[in-house]
Design a protein around this ligand. Structure first.
Ligand code: 5GP
Ligand code: MN
Length: 340
């Protein structure tokens, strides 16, 4: 965090504040981990904090220290609205523009509080009095560690903070595999382990708590895998029927897209998940090297994210969405061949 932003934040935090901390819609490990980690930190400085998520988060995160106190906007509209109305400060974490919080957007736009943004996605919007944005960072959770450090408060690192931040870093880097993982990321992880984050326990809690149904659903996903060697591309489809037959719960398809990317020679992978309730197809994109799925998702699927991990949606049927996807690929043939 640069000196100017650090000074602004220090000023904002000189007296006890009422702080709301909010993550993006469909919160992942980094959104939840960074928000909870920051919440414990700000509490230790004497502030009052509430963590609010636009909608529910996956069960595999429902053991993180402090998770029971998270307010889910979708379930508690009035309570959340009150928190935002009475807050002096709103920290927005792990997203780059207010349209990433779904229905909560208007509540945030109407709030009188000052905003602080901490995020590693591309193209941050300009709504905060303090913007700590760094697209090179592995995760927002790593940034929360640097945030504490910049404020001269690294000594406040508790076990609760460490476990949350370690989980956020681990999940957003695919267990320290993605190219966003820097030497500093590993140094931060080491400090978090020293502060009480038990890596083996966290790994088990996150990765070894699959339900039998979600394993069967992975079988269906792998069966549905289509490889397009000409475009170094692989994709997976999941129909609503397939999800229903396996008692689908939020988070069950997390990581499926990585199997498509793990095929030799593939540099671009996608998973298309039908959502009949919302009448759309949710898409996750992943890539290797310099093929930008952020650009791809922005250009064709009103989405975005990072260079190598992004998401978007389509309001067409699943079949039409796939046909359209295949028809777009020839335009990227050179870029896909050069990346591989
Ligand atoms: P996932 O595919 O795991 O849902 O998301 C991958 C990355 O892309 C995450 O960093 C997420 O925040 C971002 N992302 C996912 N869906 C969207 C979307 O619809 N719009 C934008 N701007 N980003 C998204
Ligand atoms: Mn993140």
């Amino acid at each position: 965090m640069n000196e100017e932003t650090t000074q602004i934040v220090k000023k904002l935090l000189t007296s006890p504040q009422k702080i709301a901390i909010v993550g993006h819609k469909n919160p992942d490990g980094d959104a939840v981990g960074s928000c909870l980690g920051l919440s414990f930190f700000l509490k230790s400085l004497g502030h009052t904090t509430t963590v609010i998520m636009p909608n529910d988060f996956p069960d595999f995160l429902k053991w993180l220290p402090g998770y029971e106190e998270i307010v889910i906007y979708e379930k508690e509209v009035q309570k959340s609205t009150q928190v935002f109305e009475s807050a002096n400060l709103i920290f927005t974490l792990d997203f780059n523009s207010l349209d990433r919080v779904g229905e909560l957007q208007t509540v945030l736009e109407n709030a009188t509080a000052k905003f602080v943004l901490i995020d590693h996605h591309q193209q941050p919007a300009d709504y905060a009095v303090a913007t700590y944005s760094d697209v090179k960072m592995s995760s927002t959770s790593e940034m929360v560690f640097h945030f504490m450090d910049a404020l001269g408060q690294a000594k406040k690192l508790s076990k609760e903070i460490a476990v949350n931040l370690y989980t956020g870093i681990m999940t957003d880097t695919g267990s320290f595999r993605f190219s966003s993982t820097s030497p500093t990321t590993h140094r931060v992880a080491a400090k978090l382990i020293e502060a009480g984050a038990e890596s083996a326990v966290i790994n088990q809690n996150i990765y070894d708590t699959n339900s039998p149904e979600s394993m069967k659903l992975l079988g269906v996903a792998l069966n549905n895998l289509v490889i397009l060697p000409e475009f170094h591309t692989a994709y997976i489809t999941m129909t609503q029927k397939e999800l229903d037959e396996h008692n689908f719960k939020k988070g069950d398809t997390e990581g499926f897209v990585n199997y498509a990317l793990s095929v030799k020679g593939v540099v671009f992978a996608a998973i298309f998940i039908e959502n009949k309730q919302e009448n759309l197809v949710k898409i996750s994109f992943r890539s290797k090297d310099d093929f930008s799925v952020n650009d791809f998702a922005r250009n064709h699927y009103s989405g975005g994210g990072h260079i190598n991990a992004a998401g978007g949606k389509s309001s067409q049927s699943l079949n039409k969405t796939i046909n359209e996807f295949i028809s777009i690929l020839p335009r990227y043939k050179n870029a896909l061949s050069n990346a591989s």
